[in-house]
Design a binder for this molecule. Structure first.
Ligand code: PLP
Length: 370
């Protein structure tokens, strides 16, 4: 799409993405640094993000689903690709064909893969232990059952034993240490064959909990894409995503002028209101109405009234008229409008903002030099 035909421009800085990968890899070293690239690389586009991370040195990738793994395999013939969902029914041959390693989340997954491996193996896999999420992974009773029946593992090469932290973004949460202790306890219960298998535990936030949490391999996602891995502390990551919307119209209005659907906002004084070409159909959440801020040349301006499907209205009374012209751009994400701040205004997390980024944007990727 030609840039002038779009209402908003999304810029994805691949140099910043690579710099973030290198910072995380340095912080986690000597543990290996993998990358979580599920959901189309958190909405940023797997076609460009996958190869850029590979160039930065990443050799191991996590996606949610086998279909995502197949897309990634075509982009990265030499990468290790792990499927977090485990095995979906009757997908074993696809895993083999595209060299996708399932994360075995249950004894049922293990039995299916073992059965397939007896005929086609030996086959690689990761084994997921649930240390406190009650979501995916083996619980203590499952681990004890596995220890009593180690023949299940005969044709499976478990590359990593892994678990996932539920509260790592809150460094002081006692859940972090409880999960760490449970992981050590579970490891000791594993069959002899798996007692010295390498371990993976930390997501982005887990990396910053310290070396005890690193083990042999870490799996950052959001921090690669510029999200703050610690709630309430300065963000050490570089900004990757920038979103700018175009001004469609500027109106000078009196006080008491109603703005937008439902007339939920009325100007308190004579004001200048600009309409910008982005809306909830683009992933600019409706919850941001009367809450979020945008910026023009680093001057913060409030979103007033509801977010429409294709349009938001902002109060630009404080912006010099010359900086606020039809066809000009307003910063929606990035620069003076940090991703984490926008997420907080929508009562959500940066993950949801990124994975909801719309398909109508003109997308531009900035190439890195490194
Ligand atoms: C998504 C995911 C990650 C990455 O988490 P971030 O918080 O984005 O760093 C790591 N491990 C698992 C199991 C995941 O599902």
């Amino acid at each position: 799409m030609e840039s002038k035909l779009a209402g908003a421009h999304l810029t994805i800085d691949l140099a910043a993405l690579k710099a973030n990968y290198r910072l995380l890899a340095r912080t986690a070293a000597p543990a290996e640094c993998a990358a979580a690239v599920k959901a189309n690389a958190y909405g940023l586009g797997i076609e460009r993000v996958g190869p850029a991370l590979f160039e930065a040195g990443c050799r191991r990738f996590f996606v949610a689903l086998p279909a995502e793994g197949i897309t990634l395999r075509k982009l990265l013939p030499d990468a290790k690709i792990h499927i977090l969902a485990g095995l979906l029914p009757e997908t074993e041959p696809a895993y083999l064909e595209y060299r996708l390693d399932p994360v075995l989340n249950s004894l049922n997954d293990l039995r299916l893969w073992a059965d397939f491996a007896t005929r086609r193996g030996p086959l690689p896999a990761l084994l997921h232990l649930d240390t406190g999420m009650t979501r995916l992974g083996l619980l203590e009773t499952d681990i004890r059952r596995l220890a009593a029946d180690p023949a299940l593992l005969e044709n499976i090469e478990v590359e990593f034993v892994m678990s996932h932290l539920s509260c790592a973004d809150d460094a002081d949460n006692p859940m972090n240490r409880q999960q760490l202790e449970r992981l050590r306890h579970f490891r000791a219960l594993l069959p002899e064959k798996l007692k010295n298998t390498p371990v993976s535990f930390a997501n982005s936030a887990g990396i910053f909990l310290g070396p005890e949490y690193h083990f042999d391999m870490v799996r950052p996602g959001i921090a690669l894409y510029g999200g703050n891995p610690h709630a309430g502390a300065p963000n050490p990551m570089q900004e990757v995503v920038r979103l700018r919307g175009r001004i469609l119209q500027v109106q000078d209005v009196d006080s008491e002028s109603p703005v937008g659907y439902g007339a939920t906002f009325r100007t308190g004084e004579p004001s200048r209101i600009a309409s910008v070409s982005v809306g909830y159909a683009d992933g600019y959440f409706r919850a941001l109405g009367n809450k979020a801020e945008c910026a023009i040349k680093d001057i913060k301006v409030p979103v007033v009234g509801r977010v429409s499907m294709d349009i938001i209205t902002i109060d630009v009374s404080t912006v010099p008229e010359g900086d606020c012209q039809v066809g000009g751009f307003v910063d929606l994400i990035g620069g003076a409008v940090p991703l984490d701040e926008l997420a907080a205004h929508a009562d959500t997390i940066p993950y949801e903002i990124l994975t909801s980024l719309g398909s109508r944007y003109y997308r531009e990727y900035l190439e890195g030099t490194g």
